[in-house]
Design a protein around this ligand. Sequence first.
Ligand SMILES: [Zn+2]
Length: 406
Amino acid sequence: MSIVQRVYPTEGAQLDVLVMHCDHARYVYNLGLEQRSWWTPSRRHFRQKINYVSQAADLTEARREYDWLRAGSSVVQQGALRDLDRAFINFFARRAGYPTFKKRSNARQGFVVRDLAVRRVNRRWGEILVPKAGWVRFRISRAWTDICAATSARVAVTNGRWTVSLTTPPAVCKVADTAAVVGIDRGVANSVATSDGRMFHAPGFTVGEQVRFVALQRRLSRQQKGSANRDRTKAELGRLRLRLADRRGDWIEQTTTALATSYCAAAVEKLPIANMTRRAKPKPDPDRPGGFLPNGGRAKSGLNRAILASCWGKFAQRLDHKMSVVAVPAAYTSQECSNCGHTCPENRDSQAVFRCQGCGFEHHADTNAAINIRDRAFNIEHQPEDSLGDRVHQSRKRAAPTTSVA
Ligand SMILES: [Zn+2]
């Protein structure tokens, strides 16, 4: 769990130190990555192992030699090596790809602060102790007790906006005062549909913002690389993206909290989002060596964008933090009749309408899928239509929050 607060360093001295820390963290991270990439089995005799301990020792040596490195903070520089170590652990555990170099041009830069010290100035403002920069002000938007519970922090800058993200112990889930369970179908037309017929839409750009965004992208493509005007356009695009990310983040928090407070357990489908949003495979043309046939690439990237815009992954992750969540296989949830169980593709009359070919049951397609997901997760059997009223009652009685699936 982490709490993100906005940081306001003073122009000049403090800002310069924070930028320096970002630069040093990036430099040390990249240097450490290069050292690790250099290691091969044939160089085993050279040194037993390159790991955090050996690299921290090398860093100490380098700090003795180079004044500019010594001018920085050893805590920040060691933190970068620790980040690198974590990246390699994730890589070897197959949770992540091979670590990549951090670029100076990346929109987001940051560094770690260990041995966290915070103090409160007044109701709205707090201060965090950053090595070499002293006390840096931040705006308090969360409970002070939660901020104090944090053990470490990461200071970051995105498009000129400085934030501190404080790592805190996970918040205690407020258990909903109900035995009701809910099935959740994630889709593109409706980002989230629940088994009792509610629909939630993830926010996007407004029409005006969309027009502005496209115009800026066009302008960017015409501008000289490395020019000041291009940098300005990039910064403005970044601000627009940031605004959208904030808006979507708020929506996720509000929607998941609303669900967590009105149901005791939720069911979602397992969606391999990374697989689903792969780009379309190129289709080689047999008549033209080296040529390609149309492969629907544009349509697929449009769908990918829509899937990513619906924030499915983040939504499920936050929901799981807040309530008991069961994940079930997604196969045929959209084709199965939630009334009689008849499953065939013809059941889908259109994107929005579900009409069963077996029993004639009609429902909103997304709601029908959400009911299937709920029934699969909580082992509720299909009931004939005339006892539909009973079924809702029964599903609540039989609902038991089972194991939570990440
Ligand atoms: Zn049916």
